[in-house]
Design a protein around this ligand. Structure first.
Ligand code: ATP
Length: 588
């Protein structure tokens, strides 16, 4: 196929702003394209060489392109720059300068084929290291030497990332349906193929070769990311039940980064929500998948969450953001370790599960993984009432989640790749408030440490003081902010206050490993105060059945030995803080 055919089509497409006309022009181009190069032509029309998830860009800097053009056109760079200032478009400058040159030269030009253009651009994209600039330049000069002015215009725009014909994925899908899929009525099948492979080139190739039958049999493939299923949002359990029927599965909504993992034997690739390859950022997660995903081949989804490995607590999303880096990955791994909470299975050992109901997929997920501390399945529960849903939601908040995902069950509950629909509904905490002030809390219990903290306390159970009842009400579990010295001296400091069971002045629904009489006061900074069904602080004072909890607490390093336990922050003050902070949020 001649590249001139493509350039002609681009010129016409560029001249229209109407989507229907654009589709017709694209249909004509796709029909004219020989099947073996159809995929390449599809990528090229979107200014690409590969599907986005491959992360391969042509990547020619404008400076280099200008230099190549100067050489091909036999002009000085300064002349090119002047013309570029006039036109504002590197493609037009190439076209006008080369057309002037063409009148003055005669020499044998080879006809440019689409294959050759693609191959040369591909070489340019893959050239790196020393001498890459020269190599790229020579390759581009070679192409321009054989290009007509019109071809040069589109080549220059393509290499500099300025093609912008405005052909969206959806337009390509429409055109493919008309050109090869038996008409627009079959578009959904073609779109599904795209949604489960994210590769328009491959879809084009298959539909051209095998027609709509090929689309019906199209399956997910390991290492081709599936476009993620997304959730709608509702504000109350009652509304959620109206949508989902008499029952649904509620799952913890973990606050991390969505990961779609692809595994074949020992080879593992992690994709982000935007379907970028992020394996390099998470070598620890890759290793976890190698060890704990027992299926030979799998495509699974889960949330990657920053963890405090000593206390087993989830860390805020902000901490995970430290893992978004190219350098210093090793240090970041030990400073911000992660765990995976798996929530879906799309493909396992030869079976495509995307058309299977949710609970079947969950079973496949269970079978495909070996549970461990660091790779677990999302906590879930089948619920039949708004009340049950609300209770589970509060547990999720208590455990450090940002809410729940409510998922439809039953035959229709397929994995809707690339779609936001009502099969998944998110229900988030909307009554959180930010804490700006520290609080002074009383140590009433402790939990044994694990791992590096074996022998020391992993976390302390802390309480506010209820003046009216003269009791101490638990408000948080804190394992962060303690230095090695703190960890060593805390058991000593607390030993004299140890009691065999929960102290009579302490109200707690949690079972600590060790109990203390209220004595030691610590200064704590939390991120926010939330409603909690588990902690007893200010129970029922804001909402029936709820107490208050301090989330993401951190010991500031201050032992308030100058304070008696009765001088600690009171439950009333905590409730006041909660209300005030809510006010600040609504005013903001
Ligand atoms: P969206 O992804 O819906 O556009 P968003 O990126 O703002 O919105 P959220 O509104 O927080 O994300 O909700 C969806 C995200 O929640 C998912 O993309 C996923 O990363 C995360 N998530 C956490 N736990 C689960 C779970 N159990 N099931 C599905 N998704 C979950």
């Amino acid at each position: 196929m001649d590249y001139a055919t493509i350039a002609d089509a681009y010129e016409k497409i560029e001249a229209t702003t109407k989507r229907l006309e654009m589709t017709d022009l694209l249909v004509a181009l796709l029909k004219e394209t020989p099947k073996p190069v159809l995929d390449k032509v599809v990528y090229l029309t979107q200014g690409k060489l590969y599907p986005d998830f491959e992360g391969i860009e042509i990547g020619v800097a404008e400076r280099l392109a200008l230099k190549a053009l100067a050489r091909a056109a036999g002009r000085k760079e300064s002349e090119i720059e002047t013309d570029l200032q006039r036109s504002g478009d590197i493609g037009e400058t190439a076209q006008s300068l080369l057309s002037k040159k063409k009148q003055a030269t005669f020499g044998v030009q080879k006809t440019l084929t689409a294959q050759r253009v693609y191959e040369v651009l591909d070489k340019m994209a893959k050239t790196s290291g020393s001498g890459a600039v020269d190599t790229k330049m020579n390759l581009l000069v070679g192409l321009l030497a054989d290009a007509s002015p019109k071809e040069a215009k589109y080549i220059m725009r393509t290499v500099t990332g300025n093609l912008r014909l405005g052909i969206a994925d959806m337009t390509v899908l429409d055109a493919l349906a008309i050109a090869y899929g038996g008409g627009k009525e079959n578009r959904d099948l073609i779109e599904r193929a795209y949604n489960i492979s994210s590769d328009l080139g491959r879809v084009a190739h298959v539909v051209a070769e095998n027609g709509i039958e090929g689309m019906k049999q199209y399956q997910v493939t390991v290492f081709e990311p599936v476009r993620p299923m997304l959730a709608e949002r509702l504000a109350s359990p009652e509304e959620i039940f109206e949508k989902l029927g008499s029952k649904c599965v509620v799952e913890y909504k973990y606050d991390g980064e969505r990961i779609q993992l692809h595994k074949k034997g020992d080879e593992v690739v992690l994709f982000s929500r935007r379907l970028e390859k992020i394996s390099d950022q998470y070598p620890d997660a890759v290793e976890l998948v190698r060890q704990k995903v027992t299926a030979q081949e799998a495509i699974l989804e889960g949330e990657c969450v920053a963890m405090d490995l000593e206390t087993g607590e989830m860390r805020p999303f902000q901490e995970l953001m430290h893992r978004r880096r190219k350098y210093g990955v090793k240090e970041a791994i030990s400073e911000y370790p992660v765990s995976l909470f798996m929530f879906d299975a799309l493909y396992v050992d030869g079976k495509d599960y995307t058309q299977e109901p949710f609970q079947t997929r969950r079973k496949a997920l269970e079978a495909a993984t070996a549970k461990s501390d660091r790779l677990t399945l999302a906590q879930q529960k089948l619920v039949r009432s708004a009340k049950e849903l609300e209770a589970f939601f509060e547990e999720a908040i208590e455990d450090g989640c940002e809410g729940v995902m409510c998922k439809a069950v039953g035959t229709g509950s397929v994995y809707q790749a690339g779609a936001r629909g009502w099969l998944w509904i998110k229900y988030k905490r909307d009554y959180k408030s930010e804490m700006s002030d520290t609080v002074d809390l009383v140590v009433v219990g402790a939990f044994h440490g694990r791992g590096k903290r074996a022998g020391a306390y992993g976390a302390l159970l802390l309480a506010t003081y209820n003046k009216e009842a003269d009791t101490f009400e638990t408000v948080t579990k804190c394992g962060t902010g303690f230095t090695d010295k703190d960890l060593a001296q805390l058991p000593e400091m607390l030993r004299k206050h140890e009691v065999p069971r929960k102290h009579s002045r302490v109200t707690s629904t949690l079972e600590a490993d060790v109990w203390f009489e209220p004595a030691l006061v610590l200064e704590i900074l939390g991120a926010e105060i939330t409603l909690s069904p588990i902690h007893m602080c200010a129970m029922n004072s804001i909402r029936k059945g709820s107490g208050l909890a301090i989330r993401f607490p951190r010991f500031t390093g201050k032992y308030r030995t100058d304070k008696a336990p009765e001088d600690a922050t009171t439950s009333l003050e905590a409730a006041e803080m909660y209300r005030n902070q809510l006010k600040t949020i609504s005013e903001a």
